[in-house]
Design a protein around this ligand. Sequence first.
Ligand code: AMP
Length: 280
Amino acid sequence: MRLILLGPPGSGKGTQAQRLVQQHGIVQLSTGDMLRAAVAAQTPIGLKAKDIMAAGGLVPDEVVVGIIADRIEQPDAANGFILDGFPRTVPQAEALDALLKQKQMNLDAVIELRVNEGVLLERVERRAAEMRARGEAVRADDTPEVLTKRLASYRDQTEPLIHYYSDHRMLATVDGMMSIEQVTAEIGRILAAVGKSGGSRAAKKASPAKRSAKAPAKAAKKAAKKAPKAAAPTKKAGKAAKKPAKAVKKAPKKASKAAVKTAKGTRKTSAKAAKKRATR
Ligand code: AMP
């Protein structure tokens, strides 16, 4: 399962992400945590990010995209991941799309935690007080002044992502003002629905070959039916023929073979049709 949690600072993304990690055995990839670790270790990225973070600004897109590109390749992310705090801008979302496409991965859902901004300040102040009480170091950017800036950058740069993923029919919105338990339950319902409907819209919109992971023989048959109309293999059928191994990765072996066979048949049938037309 691959998810994005969207929401302003203090909306509860981190808390919900941790619960999802427990429930689904996937990893939480928080760019904020990774950047804080880089700052603490004084790596070149950390040195670059330190002042920007302390001021409540956003670290350059290419830096965080680079971090995520490396991270999702790690073996512990193979089972799935929750992106927490990434993407934060439309260019980051576009870069993520390209990255996932290149790695032949799909997103299952984008979940927005919608909260009342007035409450956020209170929440972040409470979080800082609780950390202090536990003797933990309080984040440098968990102050009312910096939070105001972080909220402004969320509004200006991250909120457009709500429209981006809504346009891509990936977005599910949860009322983040509910209790932690209720939010968890609601996220659970969304994920169950995503699972039942066979994954995200991205998965549904995938090429015929990709869809054939579910019903390989059926999809290939459909492609074969369409093919004789074309003089050359259709772009889609061509794709199906090129990508069978990836597409049918999860399908039963027998069915996979059938899909490959039919896709090959599609090519032959198309060639025959073309020849026939030429001789007419
Ligand atoms: P967070 O812990 O998610 O609130 O992130 C803390 C800070 O890290 C943010 O205020 C930004 O300065 C920086 N940061 C985290 N993720 C990103 C991102 N995806 N793009 C740019 N800056 C980020």
